[in-house]
Write a protein that binds this ligand. Structure first.
Ligand code: BTN
Length: 339
């Protein structure tokens, strides 16, 4: 669903030389005035575009961080993830929006992105804060053909994809260690930067998946801990707080979707995590260390041995018993704090 604006922006971004007004008109079948209007809109949004008469337009640089329909769409090079994008400046919850897309027939891979969520949902019925200009909150709609019992692994596939993309945008940032806290929190320097919420809707016969939505909320450009509510201040952080870098959220999304498309294809080959386990495990926090498993039927302490092919956490209890911990209602902590 490329808009003219996104098309023009993509062409300018990918050209090293000037692009003439005529080239833009011919390519997109629009008038010179239409091109001129789009260029002006882009300039107003903070894109530095040089126009030289007789040569055309050249994108010098874009804003450091901008989240908009055209910025997102103009960057995408994926095959199916994000080939349809709904961007909102403000929404309630991108998961709820994506579920509506699921009901209304939008295609596999549709992505909903928002700058602000005023009713963001966290796990276990909690809320999720998404403040303007700082976070990346998005949800992808999937229409898989696999059996419902495989669905819980998709969150781990997304967790790996986010961790890999975060590493890419933070490349070269000293001391930035990105890990995954099982099953799907992304942690930077031992504090949480991202949470995920996956929701599945079954067909009316309840035997097949109708659609799954996988939502992720990433603290990207929050400048200080004061921006977080007191409740989460001890355990949360942002990419900017940890590294000083201002990240382009659309670029981060582009990288996540590329990684997700790739990791999802690997998952589909075996319908388990056998081929992704090594990569996931290389990011997994606390393997070989003691963990506290907060199981509603009784808390216990054990040593984490990483995940099995189904994404369950293998924990060896103090009495030597080996347990496979299934994510569901269970939380796992380090012995002395959040990780
Ligand atoms: C958690 O509790 O750790 C999960 C948080 C999930 C938040 C994301 S933000 C995008 C998507 N939309 C929502 O309403 N929730 C998820």
């Amino acid at each position: 669903m490329k808009t003219d604006k996104a098309d023009i922006l993509a062409l300018l971004r990918n050209s090293e030389d000037y692009v003439s007004g005529q080239q833009l008109c011919d390519r997109f079948g629009v008038t010179r005035t239409a091109v001129w209007k789009v260029i002006n809109q882009l300039k107003e949004e903070g894109y530095r575009i040089e126009s030289i008469s007789g040569r055309g337009y050249r994108l010098i640089e874009g804003p450091e961080d901008i989240l908009s329909q055209s910025e997102i769409v103009s960057r995408l090079t994926t095959e199916w993830a994000g080939r349809k994008v709904y961007y909102y400046d403000v929404t309630g919850s991108t998961n709820n929006d994506a579920k509506r897309c699921g009901e209304e027939g939008d295609p596999h891979g549709t992505v909903v992105v928002a700058d602000i969520q005023n009713a963001g949902k966290g796990r276990r019925g909690r809320g999720w804060q998404t403040l303007s200009g700082t976070a990346l909150a998005f949800t992808i709609l999937l229409r898989p053909e696999f059996a419902p019992d495989k669905a819980s692994m998709i969150t781990l596939v997304m967790a790996l994809s986010v961790a890999e993309a975060v590493e890419e945008v933070l490349e070269g940032a000293e001391g930035a260690v990105t890990t995954i806290k099982w099953p799907n929190d992304i942690v930077l320097n031992k504090k949480k930067i991202c949470g995920m919420l996956t929701e599945m809707t079954m067909t009316p016969e309840m035997d097949e998946i109708q659609y799954i939505v996988v939502g992720a909320g990433i603290n990207v450009n929050n400048a200080s801990l004061e921006e977080f509510s007191e409740e989460i201040r001890k355990t949360a952080t942002s990419l900017k707080i940890e590294t000083g870098r201002q990240i382009n959220r659309a670029e981060l999304l582009e990288k996540i979707l590329l990684r997700f498309e790739d990791n999802y294809a690997t998952f589909l080959k075996t319908l388990d995590l056998s081929e992704l386990k090594e990569a996931y495990q290389s990011h997994l926090q606390g393997v070989g260390g003691e963990v506290r498993v907060l199981d509603p039927v009784g808390e216990y302490v054990g040593v984490s041995q990483g995940i099995d092919d189904k994404g369950e956490l293998i924990v060896v209890k103090e009495n030597g018993e080996k347990v496979q911990v299934y994510a569901g209602e269970v939380s796992v902590r380090g012995l002395y704090g959040y990780v």
